[in-house]
Design a protein around this ligand. Structure first.
Ligand code: AMP
Length: 438
């Protein structure tokens, strides 16, 4: 089936043709007819399935003509999504799909001044894309007109739940008209999501697209077994070993971890930027733009910040820290190998990650092949320290000034650095990481 067989407005179709889409994706085929009819819909789909177009195209089609006739100042479509990057991306997509219409679009997110967003709201916005916190802030202050919202979209509802946004959403929804259409998208359907759908949706249709349980065939996946303290070194070694690593997305577990790793890579002379919640909106946008333009070779991010980011041409995804949720493995590696291009996904695995690795392998129905980096001196893949071992080591360290592990790391850095850099080590190794923040 083609797009022109779907109930879409001709001006929206024209923009879709410009985007180069030839065929609707499965979620679009299933969702567009239902959304066009005004039904409430639960969409179980992940990023990368074309879900943004699945809800925006029919909603835009529905309001094109009436908006032009009425020139109303109230918001008619409200889309709520968890992160700044995601709302910006959805807004960008909408601007593209709405380019042959007079629809007014707006985007609202925290971390930047609110003056511009307020004046935009006051001037009238047909379609608004927003993160929950800032939206609630502005609504509370009386900005915007949301009494006649015709359609509400809750995108990535599972993430919004994880991030504690549901109370904010509840407050916002109370201010909207009861007769509106509500669409909810989530990567998973669990008990909590079910209870949210019961609260916010009215006799919804459930649409589920094939879980991408097996990531794209075009992604070459492998694991590198390494001890925790050698991970940074191994990453540097890999990045220095081949020019094929030219657009690399690295995932770290915590904001602090991402920041430390970025600093370490920069010190190695590798153009790297970080993208996580502690960076200002401007910094995150700049980092992403520079990565897209190729000015920055490595983008280090946390799951939350990097979620939904859609960058073409990512050559490698490196799971520096093993994903905490098995599903995140699929989300993460889906940043590469997009649109049939080839991609490589590398995962560092420590002893402590063995159980989690088994879970991921079960999810993707595949045993991940083990690889070793050529020319890299691995410390013996010893068992991870138990809590008691660590306590004992600390006692020893207090006496001698350094832990055995630290000495090991230092010696090893020298070995590996010596192999690739005749000049030796340029910088002092950093100590073992202390407590990390998420
Ligand atoms: P999403 O799942 O909404 O994040 O979309 C993932 C990517 O697929 C985006 O880059 C879209 O521009 C693209 N896309 C959406 N629909 C189609 C389609 N029918 N054909 C090709 N690409 C699409």
């Amino acid at each position: 089936m083609n797009f022109n067989q779907l109930p879409l407005h001709e001006r929206i179709l024209k923009a879709v043709t410009d985007s180069g889409y030839t065929k609707p994706t499965p979620i679009q085929l299933k969702a567009i007819p239902k959304v066009s009819k005004g039904a409430d819909v639960i969409g179980i789909a992940q990023t990368g399935t074309g879900k943004t177009a699945a809800f925006t195209l029919p909603l835009l089609s529905r309001i094109v003509d009436r908006t032009e006739a009425k020139e109303a100042r109230h918001t008619r479509v409200l889309i709520i999504a968890p992160t700044r990057e995601l709302v910006q991306q959805i807004h960008e997509n909408i601007r593209g799909y709405a380019k042959y219409t007079n629809l007014r679009t707006g985007v609202i997110y925290g971390g930047v001044g609110d003056k511009g967003q307020i004046s935009k709201l006051e001037s009238g916005v047909d379609i608004l894309v927003a993160t929950p916190g800032r939206l609630l802030d502005l609504v509370d202050k009386g900005h915007g007109n949301f009494h006649q919202v015709e359609a509400l979209v809750l995108d990535e509802a599972d993430r919004m739940l994880d991030m504690g946004f549901i109370p904010d959403i509840r407050t916002i929804v109370k201010k909207l008209s009861k007769s509106k259409q509500t669409l909810l998208f989530s990567a998973t359907l669990n008990k909590q999501i079910e209870s949210i759908t019961k609260e916010f949706l009215n006799s919804p249709s459930l649409i589920e697209v094939e879980r991408r349980a097996s990531p794209a065939e075009t992604i070459e996946q492998s694991i590198y077994e390494v001890q925790e303290h050698q991970k940074t070194e191994l990453l540097e070694h890999l990045l220095n070993s081949s020019h094929e690593f030219y657009a690399v997305m690295v995932f770290a577990r915590t904001k602090l971890g991402a920041e430390e790793l970025t600093t370490a890579l920069k010190m190695e002379g590798i153009a790297t930027e970080a993208i996580h919640g502690d960076r200002s909106q401007g910094q995150r946008k700049r980092a992403l733009d520079d990565f897209k333009k190729g000015k920055v070779r490595v983008l280090v991010g946390t799951d939350v910040a990097a979620r939904g980011i859609d960058v073409d041409g990512v050559t490698h995804v490196i799971n520096y820290d093993f994903p905490e949720q098995s599903e995140d493995y699929i989300h993460r590696i889906g940043r590469t190998g997009r649109a049939q291009s080839k991609g490589v996904a590398i995962t560092f695995v420590t002893r402590a990650n063995q159980q989690a690795l088994k879970k991921v392998e079960k999810l993707i129905h595949k045993t991940l092949p083990k690889k070793k980096a050529e020319g890299f001196t691995y410390d013996q893949y010893a068992p991870e320290l138990t809590r008691e071992d660590r306590r004992n080591k600390t006692k020893v360290a207090k006496k001698s000034g350094r832990t055995g592990e630290y000495q090991n790391k230092f010696a090893n850095r020298k070995n590996n650095a010596g192999a690739k850099r005749p000049g030796g080590n340029k910088r002092k190794p950093s100590g073992r990481r202390t407590k990390r923040r998420r």
